[in-house]
Design a protein around this ligand. Structure first.
Ligand SMILES: Nc1ncnc2c1ncn2[C@@H]1O[C@H](COP(=O)(O)OP(=O)(O)O)[C@@H](O)[C@H]1O
Ligand SMILES: [Mg+2]
Length: 260
């Protein structure tokens, strides 16, 4: 579904992404791992149109999407989750979901304004859709809760829920498990698996927790120093000499690799 060819993203003289090439197969839940600073988030940001690349190309279903702005990619079904904006904290969980189709589509303020009055008629359908999403994520009991009152993990579920309000094809998740407790992490993992199996979503997931990656992802892509180091099943990756070295070499995060 996604093909990245010789992608570079430099910050001044620093090569955060330094000639990365990879593919993400349709229907997969692809993991993206690597030591801190490997360039994973930068790669995501370039693919998702948040940052322009210095050079290289990104294709979606064979079509060149390099440098397209996020709202155009959104219309193509390519989504990355964003942390909930502060202004949405005082809205309920259901309202947050109902905002997505208008709020993320990149319409101008006027268009959105007119669209809102049109949407008033469609509000019922939107509300039903939101309730269906909440039911899918097993958080119906939080529908009327203010988003600002959710725990970190519940917010992550809501972020995932936002991708379900539109017809997503591929969703990029950057450290969705960061700061989330074990139980909720497994709820998130289950939701991702069900979205993949039942709705046909393709995922690309950055995560440090190797239990999470092992349970969820096949294949796993390993990045180090801006390049793709290896790609394979989670168990193959964990036995790969070059991968182990990349983690040990940084002196950081190697505990993640041995599941400590
Ligand atoms: N906007 C930026 N300006 C300068 N350097 C950046 C910027 N974003 C990321 N970097 C640098 O690029 C490298 C890769 O960062 P990042 O993509 O966030 O890595 P990862 O997500 O794998 O931890 C890091 O050394 C980081 O400091
Ligand atoms: Mg990162």
């Amino acid at each position: 579904m996604i093909r990245v060819e010789d992608l570079h993203r430099h910050f001044g003289g620093f090569h955060a992404v330094d000639g990365a090439s990879l593919t993400i197969e349709t229907g997969s839940i692809t993991g993206l791992i690597g030591p801190n600073g490997a360039g994973k988030s930068t790669l995501f940001n370039v693919i998702a149109g948040v940052l322009p690349p210095t050079s290289g190309r990104v294709f979606m279903d064979g079509q060149d999407i390099t440098g397209l702005p996020p709202h155009e990619l959104f219309h193509k079904g390519l989504l990355r989750t964003f942390q909930l904006a502060h202004e949405f904290a005082s809205m309920t969980v259901r309202e947050n979901l109902m905002m997505v189709p208008a709020g993320q589509s990149g319409e101008t303020i006027w268009k959105t304004w007119f669209q809102r009055s049109r949407i008033a008629r469609e509000e019922r359908a939107l509300r039903d859709k939101a309730d269906e999403v909440l039911d899918f994520l097993t958080i119906s009991h939080l529908a009327d809760e203010k988003a600002g009152n959710l725990s970190g993990g519940q917010k992550k579920l809501l972020e995932l829920g936002r991708t379900m309000m539109v017809d997503a094809k591929i969703v990029f998740l950057d450290e969705v498990g960061a700061g989330v407790n074990r139980t909720l992490l497994m709820t998130i993992a289950d939701a991702i698996i069900r979205l993949n199996k039942e709705r046909g979503y393709t995922f690309c997931v950055i995560e440090h927790d190797m239990d999470f990656i092992g349970k969820l992802c096949d294949p796993v892509i390993v990045m180090a120093e801006g390049k793709v180091l290896a790609k394979g099943s989670a168990s193959d990756i964990m036995q790969d000499e070059a991968v182990i070295e990349a983690y040990l070499g940084t002196g950081l995060k190697n505990k993640d690799m041995v599941g400590a």
